[in-house]
Design a protein around this ligand. Structure first.
Ligand code: MRU
Length: 363
């Protein structure tokens, strides 16, 4: 592997057709080591998602779509009924890897729908169904690039050259196929000479902001400053932040938004200092079946992530109780706008999100 290759030149998630494998950058090793790994079995794909080797809602969706396609190639039958039973077994297993990011179940359901349409409704052969799954996985990947670019365009209209932007966690290229969601306006602005000053929260406990966002933005030549999570009030109080752009894992029908733990703290502080908070949300992340944030299932993760995982030695007393939710819900009242590929939704979100979804459905 070339030493000089920039992290921005790698595919976050790719399909190796010859090897019948999903290829990802192992994000747990970044920024120290850029290593590509091949995922071929259901266990390998599930582990990669659970262990955050591939992470970020859109990237998880693409990995799952490519993953279920790769697994479908192993289903050895010509009977669609038998194929479908096995397909669903894989699908349910992959879906169980992480509960909050709706893109996981969204992508798997989309793959299931095309399989059913081709195999059951159109009576295509299992071979043809597999090829249709292949094309759908590639379509999900390609759409992600287009969606992120559009979010970037809408987001860029909300800021001006020279602005300070704060982001939390990594909703960057490493969380998608290209551009990222929260970073899309930053990258498009970079292309157009906007010279943003970006503050990246380090994002405890898994340091996605330090390890991934600061890494990819600085690799792309963006002016980025890393801060600890407890410093956002400090930079906002000094007037250094004009807007907050963050990603999301699930947006409820009323605009309440689940994103990386700590996002709601940033949003509350931003409200206090009059800084607008924009949620960058592909419509694949909007879950109209979940009425409010209260119904969003929040993933709980192992306590070792808090006590010792990134330290040379354990940094908490043995036996101390630990609470480690991976996400929190930002109340819709703290959100200035939800940027989708179909435009920016504003309060009241119950109506604006419905309109966005209708626009998507072509109504
Ligand atoms: O636990 P992670 O690293 O998967 O959490 C990622 C986030 O919270 C992102 O902000 C979100 O998935 C949006 S990525 C475009």
């Amino acid at each position: 592997m070339s030493e000089t290759k920039n992290i921005m030149d790698y595919d976050t998630v790719a399909l190796d057709e010859g090897k019948k494998a999903v290829v990802i950058i192992d994000q747990t090793l970044l920024p120290g080591q850029t290593k590509l790994i091949e995922l071929k079995t259901a266990q390998e794909i599930w582990d990669a998602i659970y262990l955050l080797k591939v992470r970020g809602a859109p990237a998880i969706g693409v990995a799952a779509a490519m993953g279920i396609y790769v697994l479908s190639l192993e289903i050895d039958t010509e009977d669609f009924g038998d194929f479908y039973t096995e397909f669903c077994r894989y699908k349910d297993y992959l879906d169980s890897a992480r509960p909050t990011a709706v893109n996981l179940s969204w992508a798997l359901r989309r793959m299931e729908r095309v399989a059913l349409k081709a195999g059951r409704d159109e009576k295509r052969s299992v071979e043809e169904v597999k090829e249709i799954l292949h094309q759908e996985a590639l379509r999900i990947r390609d759409e992600d690039i287009e969606v992120c670019r559009k979010i970037g365009e809408y987001g860029l209209d909300l800021v001006k050259p020279g602005d300070g932007i704060l982001t939390h966690c990594n909703a960057g290229q490493l969380a998608t196929i290209k551009y990222g969601t929260a970073t899309a306006p930053i990258y498009l602005g970079q292309e157009r000479g906007y010279h943003f000053h970006v503050f990246a929260d380090e994002t405890r406990p898994l340091l996605q902001g330090a390890r991934l966002t600061a890494f990819e933005l600085s690799s792309a030549g963006v002016d980025v400053t890393l801060i600890c999570d407890n410093m956002s009030a400090s930079v906002m109080s000094k007037g250094l932040v004009n807007a907050v752009f963050v990603g999301c894992d699930r947006v409820a029908a009323n605009g309440d938004t689940a994103n990386k733990i700590g996002t709601s703290v940033v949003a509350a502080v931003a409200k206090y200092y009059g800084v607008p908070v924009y949620i960058c949300a592909p419509t694949s992340t909007i879950d109209m079946e979940t009425p409010t944030g209260e119904q969003i299932k929040i993933e709980q993760r192992p306590e070792t992530e808090v006590t010792e995982m990134w330290y040379r030695e354990r940094m908490a007393p043995e036996g101390v109780k630990v609470y480690n939710p991976a996400f929190d819900v930002t109340n819709h009242e703290l959100i200035a706008g939800i940027i989708t590929e179909y435009g920016v939704a504003r309060a009241p979100y119950t109506e604006s999100l419905k309109e966005i979804m209708e626009r998507k459905a072509g109504k």
